[in-house]
Design a protein around this ligand. Structure first.
Ligand code: UDP
Length: 244
């Protein structure tokens, strides 16, 4: 049965996906809801939906401009993005330029340690299992992707990292790490999906030395650092200025 225009297809933690009259196009509505620690912590960040939608739009446009295929089409409303329909590869692809978060907890690497070359890691996108870290062997055994797709995804993740790192350098912000998701279009081409925002990146303000004061991303919510909305708004302002 084909979905009618406007049918809700899926509701995630940060976005709702709707069908449109075109089966190749979906509408993503970004929510103000915030979750962390596999949804054990829940809250709302006022204005987050429209802020993250606009930041994602600008970053997708930067990536498209250097030839990285993304699902972004346009934004009919501030918190709405029309995207290409993809078959999502059930992986969270994490790129790390510096040690933070689970990497520090699991390895003892100190916060902020430079990772050169940057790490590209895969987690299984499965809330019931707590999004476990995978090896490439496990990923292939689970048939989550083929070896060729893993190679494509890794190369794209590194290219995205190079572009976004240079972009945020111009904003005087350090791109510590981020998570991206990919999907396959009708022709089997690997395309960047989901979002790129302070929900999915760690961003540190280079002008602030204090390790908590410099945080401009969801760690402010995860760690109750306060001024969450102001940090997201600040990222939007500097990103907007950098794309003008
Ligand atoms: N991340 C994400 N969604 C997830 C898990 C991680 O967007 O479900 C992002 C997170 O914001 C950070 C990067 O991926 O920018 C690396 O996160 P990490 O593995 O350190 O996990 P965390 O510390 O967030 O548990």
């Amino acid at each position: 049965m084909s979905a009618q225009p406007g049918t809700k297809l899926y509701e995630g933690k940060a976005k709702i996906l709707y069908a449109t009259e075109d089966p190749d196009i979906l509408l993503a509505v970004y929510k103000d809801d915030a979750t962390a620690f596999n949804a054990q912590k829940r809250g709302t960040i006022a204005g987050k939906g429209s802020i993250n939608c606009l930041i994602s739009r600008y970053l997708f446009e930067q990536l498209e401009a250097v030839g990285i295929p993304t699902h972004y089409l346009d934004c009919p409303e501030p918190a709405q993005m029309r995207v290409k329909a993809l078959t999502i590869v059930p992986l969270e692809v994490i790129v790390r330029n510096r040690a933070a978060g689970s990497l520090c907890q699991q390895t003892g690497l100190p916060l902020g340690a430079v990772l050169d070359p940057p790490l590209v890691e895969f987690c299984y996108k499965n809330d019931d299992l707590g999004d476990p870290l995978l090896t490439e062997g496990r990923l292939l055994a689970m048939e989550l992707a083929t070896a060729e797709q893993v190679a494509d995804i890794t190369a794209l993740a590194r290219a995205i990292n190079r572009e976004l790192t240079a972009f945020f350098d111009r904003c005087n912000i350090t791109l510590v790490d981020f998570k991206v998701e990919f999907g396959r279009d009708r022709d089997g081409r690997i395309i960047l999906g989901d979002e790129i925002s302070p929900d999915t990146c760690r961003l540190w303000d280079n002008a602030i030395a204090d390790p908590d004061g410099r945080v401009l991303d969801k760690d402010r919510f995860r760690r109750d650092l306060g001024e969450v909305e102001a940090a997201y708004q600040r990222v939007l302002e500097v990103v907007t200025a950098a794309v003008q």
